[in-house]
Ligand binder design. Structure first.
Ligand SMILES: *Cc1c(COP(=O)(O)O)cnc(C)c1O
Length: 386
């Protein structure tokens, strides 16, 4: 077992010497030749039943070797037995909800969370009734038919931290899903703290270059099997070319996160002192209990922050229009810096009262800091805020 950075470079590439290749083979097959009908039948049963691999992949909705390589690599980084990859983060969350539906019709959710995750859960379209609670209310709101607890930490967009160990303890035998997209396994490994499912929008830091949409769920082998069955049945699978790009991003994941985090720490401190800014949301600026939680469950405050400009929507729109080095765009976790307006974009569909309760005001901007030079980013913010 190697250390994180060595694993990041070599995971999913262990057989390269034997294959005599130096880049992952990209298998774009949709179907696979059948040499023996009985072997094929057994493979079909195994894959539809949720096994990771079989003697014959049969059909690309059931298995793809390029996707499986990326999955193996991500599982190693999260410290889980398995990883199941999907076409997007939302497809990944949908698969978990559909898989848990067999265990009950109720899900407890802690806000805030990614706007579309909030929308998917609140709509009940996967057949689960979502009840929104605080982390402290989980234990008292568990029901006999509670099938899942969903949290996101750090949360989108206010960077609230939720105590993973405490939520796992409160949930008892009910599995906990942690959306760990903002943290990446570089900064936090929720499965090692007791989470059953670790979800990533791999579109963000794992891919890291703004050119792949993907989602993953990391969990035990036993919990992965129903997730693979859902994927095979509903078809939300990751394309092998996307898996190739995702896998290619992993060796530099830690370097990217650490470089962007160093920039974020500089920008957060300076923004907190800027006269046009009324509030900065960044775990690295937290005091007291929040600072203790950061130290106990994360290895750093991360690359995302939100800040509130004085003057509400109009002032926020001006800043977005004025940035030159940064790109005004949704999404996050890319090598370049992105700035967006949660109330008007990513969290548009969230219930207005819930938005207000979560601190998602009209002046709030979210910054996903990239790996540019920090001084150029600061100069850009200074001119945009002026
Ligand atoms: C982007 C995002 C998602 C959704 O992922 P997609 O890949 O866009 O489907 C879910 N959770 C968080 C925290 C995100 O940032």
């Amino acid at each position: 077992m190697h250390r994180f950075q060595t694993t990041a470079v070599h995971a999913g590439r262990e057989d390269f010497g034997q294959l005599c290749v130096h880049a992952p083979p990209l298998d774009l097959s949709t179907t696979y030749p059948i040499n023996d009908l009985d072997v094929a039948g057994a493979s079909f049963d195994a894959l539809i039943g949720g096994q990771h691999a079989a003697a014959n992949p049969i059909y690309a909705r059931l298995h793809n070797p390029t996707v499986a390589r990326a999955e193996d690599a991500i599982a190693k980084l999260e410290g889980t037995e398995a990883c199941v990859a999907y076409a997007s983060g939302m497809a990944a969350l949908t698969a978990v909800l559909l898989a848990r539906r067999a265990h009950g019709g109720h899900v407890l959710v802690v806000r805030p969370l990614y706007g579309t995750s909030d929308h998917l859960l609140a709509s009940g379209m996967c057949g689960l009734e979502a009840e929104f609670v605080t982390a402290a209310e989980i234990a008292s709101h568990l029901r006999a038919d509670t099938a899942l607890v969903v949290i996101e930490t750090p949360a989108n967009p206010t960077l609230d931290l939720v105590d993973i160990r405490a939520v796992v303890a409160a949930a008892g035998s009910v599995p906990v899903l942690v959306d760990s997209t903002f943290a990446t396994p570089v900064l936090q490994q929720p499965a090692l703290l007791g989470a059953t499912y670790v979800l990533h929008s791999a579109t963000k830091f794992l891919g890291g270059h703004g050119d792949v949409i993907a989602g993953v769920v990391c969990c035990s082998d036993a919990d992965a099997a129903p997730l693979r069955t859902v994927r095979a049945a509903t078809g939300g699978l990751l394309h092998p070319l996307a898996a190739y790009l995702l896998h290619r991003g992993l060796p530099t994941l830690k370097l990217r996160v650490e470089a962007a985090q160093a920039n974020a720490q500089v920008l957060a401190r300076r923004l907190a002192d800027h006269p046009a800014v009324s509030k900065v949301f960044y775990p690295g600026l937290a005091q007291g209990a929040a600072a203790q939680l950061l130290a106990s469950q994360m290895r750093g405050p991360g690359c995302l922050m939100a800040f509130e400009v004085k003057g509400g929507h109009a002032a926020a729109a001006k800043v977005m229009a004025a940035v030159k080095v940064m790109t005004a765009a949704v999404s996050l976790g890319s090598v370049d810096t992105l700035i967006q307006h949660p109330a008007g974009l990513t969290h548009r569909m969230v219930d207005p009262a819930a938005k207000a309760a979560s601190g998602i005001t009209d002046g709030l901007l979210r910054l996903s800091v990239g790996i540019e030079d920090a001084e150029d980013l600061w100069d850009d913010l200074l001119q945009a805020l002026a």
